[in-house]
Design a protein around this ligand. Structure first.
Ligand code: OOG
Ligand code: MG
Length: 263
């Protein structure tokens, strides 16, 4: 069942307020439709834009079995990234404004030219010119990360912050080893092949989802491919992500208030 516009706006405000006040809410009691959930997400992100945030890209979620199993959700989702979520490689991220952050190792793609989604043959893969190791910090605005498929889409797929490492020219990714450390400890290990068999498959699915929900893919966009492993609770210290052949990316997590890059 499709939600009335007033309910879409109400949910977007509720989730946006949960994020800005770092106070969790509960999801809708019953399952609801995906198209309405993407409308909530759009409204939520446009509210962030009205506070000065700029869109910088998109993220895929639930692209690995490890994540699907961890969260009990079994279909790919798409969220939107803004500049306020962008933390420079080696930069600081404060835990203060976050609710229950987790971190996951990812791969990022860079889009070199606009993708015309009206063209049924449009290829996101062909529009991508660079790839980089990345970390994503997710922070569900729902209490205890408990949500339905529609809930998590509405909550902009738990997007909170991301860090992108050095860009390299686009290349086949196959099965590259992925490792994440928190301080001296390895906290997650997997391969890029865990992302839908090949992260490029995520880019192919992205086009269809974006077409269905009127999400644009533009030159300069960063696309996070989705976590290769389950997410790990984020605590103070240095987190690094490494992808064999692509290099490493890191972030220093502090107790401060800043929840993301420029916010
Ligand atoms: C939703 C976000 C999923 C990924 O990489 O699979 C995601 C969540 O787990 O709360 O970002
Ligand atoms: Mg992710």
């Amino acid at each position: 069942m499709s939600l009335e516009e007033s309910e879409v706006v109400r949910l977007a405000h509720e989730l946006d307020d949960a994020q800005t006040s770092a106070r969790a809410v509960t999801g809708r009691p019953e399952d609801w439709d995906v198209a309405s959930a993407y409308r909530v997400q759009r409204h939520l992100v446009s509210r962030r834009q009205s506070r000065g945030e700029q869109p910088v890209g998109l993220k895929l979620g639930f692209t690995s079995r490890a994540k699907m199993r961890q969260m009990g959700v079994h279909d790919v989702i798409v969220g939107r990234l803004t500049d306020a979520m962008d933390v420079p490689d080696g930069g600081d991220l404060g835990l203060g404004g976050l609710i229950q952050p987790r971190v996951e190792p990812e791969v990022a793609f860079r889009v070199a030219r606009d993708v015309d989604l009206e063209d049924p043959r449009a290829s996101v893969v062909n529009a991508v010119d660079a790839v980089a190791p990345a970390l994503e910090i997710i922070d569900s605005r729902y209490r205890d990360f408990r949500f339905t498929y529609a809930d998590v889409i509405a909550d902009n797929t738990s997007a909170a912050a991301f860090v992108v490492g050095p860009w390299a020219p686009m290349r086949p990714l196959g099965n590259l080893a992925v490792r994440m450390t928190l301080g001296p400890q390895t906290v997650a290990a997997g391969t890029t092949g865990a992302i839908l068999g090949d992260p490029l498959r995520g880019l192919r699915l992205l086009a269809g989802i974006c077409r269905r929900h009127a999400i644009r893919i533009r030159a300069g966009d960063i696309i996070l491919a989705g976590a290769a492993t389950a997410a790990v609770p984020l605590t103070e210290g240095v987190v690094t992500g490494q992808v064999a052949g692509l290099g490493r990316v890191s972030v220093r997590v502090t107790r401060d208030r800043s929840g993301g890059g420029t916010s």
